[in-house]
Design a protein around this ligand. Structure first.
Ligand SMILES: [Zn+2]
Length: 336
């Protein structure tokens, strides 16, 4: 990203001004040194924008990394100019965050009777803005695949928040539509105004009955003997939709049908020519793998995407979840 891009800088300026108003409101209600300092930082960033110094490192006058500025418009120095102590602290924090995030994934040895389940979860950096989860409640299997807007720590924090939201809502036994409405409200309360999450939430019963809600996410793919059925998004992303706009699709899975959920790190992987891997190509591959167990299916998909990418760098978090309905009686394990 070129820092000089006017549209980008204008966007940041607007965001900072909006943030400034909120901070000033908070300060008007109660005094806080922390908020006061934050307000000073915002003013300083606005000053830098107005004087053409935004994105210029205050130490070396070089350029502050664009990715970092996207995440934090308040950054004043480039990574090279962080003191060794600051850099070490940053590294340590990130390692810890990565460890915590890993611990929040579904257990790799999760066994769900009647299902064969595998997933792949690969952050682009240390931490991921993807959220992949499985919950068992009242004889139902709930599963979630979500992608929080943005990247890095801010996205990862919000994906952890999303997990907490679903872990508190799912045990209430609400209908899927109500679950989505409540999650949307809770998410909106905790996210920054510019943040959102695309998400697929599914609920499956032991008989193979399936309910799916897709909020702005890539189509869920149901792979069966006769081909691949897609479940497209039916409303805006989480944090953006109105309460009455959630639709829930229903279907029944037959034994050996596999539902595949993924994030754009998979379907929008690009090769060296800039071509996108694409949902169609993924669908075709899945169609040829319909008789495979989920562990083979997931590893074949990720290998194919990696091969497609070639030497092109992976820039997005990559997640893929496959759930195969075996039968009400049998119970294969989950491999991850
Ligand atoms: Zn510098």
């Amino acid at each position: 990203m070129a820092i000089g891009e006017t549209v980008y800088v204008n966007n940041v300026r607007e965001q900072l001004l909006a943030g400034r108003t909120r901070l000033a409101d908070v300060l008007a209600e109660s005094e806080s040194d922390h908020v006061m300092r934050l307000l000073e930082e915002v003013d300083s960033a606005l000053h830098r924008i107005d004087h053409g110094a935004f994105g210029v490192c205050e130490e070396c006058l070089g350029t502050v990394e664009g990715e970092r500025l996207l995440e934090n418009p308040l950054a004043r120095v480039c990574l090279d100019c962080l003191t060794p102590k600051q850099a070490r602290a940053l590294e340590y924090d990130l390692e810890l965050a990565a460890q915590i995030q890993k611990g929040l994934l579904p257990p790799s040895d999760l066994t769900v009777p009647g299902w064969d389940i595998s997933y792949h979860y690969q952050p682009a950096g240390m931490v991921s803005g993807d959220y992949c989860d499985l919950l068992r409640e009242n004889g139902h299997l709930y599963f979630i695949m979500a992608d929080v807007s943005g990247k890095g720590v801010a996205a990862a924090m919000l994906s952890s928040n999303l997990r907490a939201v679903f872990h508190s809502l799912v045990p209430l036994g609400l209908p899927v539509q109500e679950l989505m409405v409540r999650a949307n409200r809770l998410f909106r309360e905790s996210a920054l105004p510019t943040q959102y999450a695309t998400l697929v939430l599914g609920k499956a019963s032991a008989s193979g009955d399936l309910e799916l809600a897709n909020a702005g996410h890539l189509p869920a793919l149901l792979v069966g003997k006769s081909g691949v059925q897609t479940f497209e998004s039916m409303c805006k992303p989480l944090g953006y939709f109105s309460d009455d706009s959630v639709n829930v699709a229903t279907t029944r899975m037959s034994p050996n049908d596999t539902l595949v959920l993924y994030t754009d790190g998979v379907s929008e992987a690009e090769n060296e020519r800039g071509d996108e891997y694409g949902v169609d190509r993924l669908g075709q591959l899945l169609s040829s793998l319909h008789s495979c167990c989920t562990a083979d299916l997931v590893s074949t998909c990720t290998q194919q995407v990696t091969a497609f990418r070639g030497n092109r760098e992976r820039t997005d978090d990559e997640s893929l979840l496959a759930l195969q309905y075996t039968s009400p009686a049998s119970g294969n394990g989950a491999h991850a």
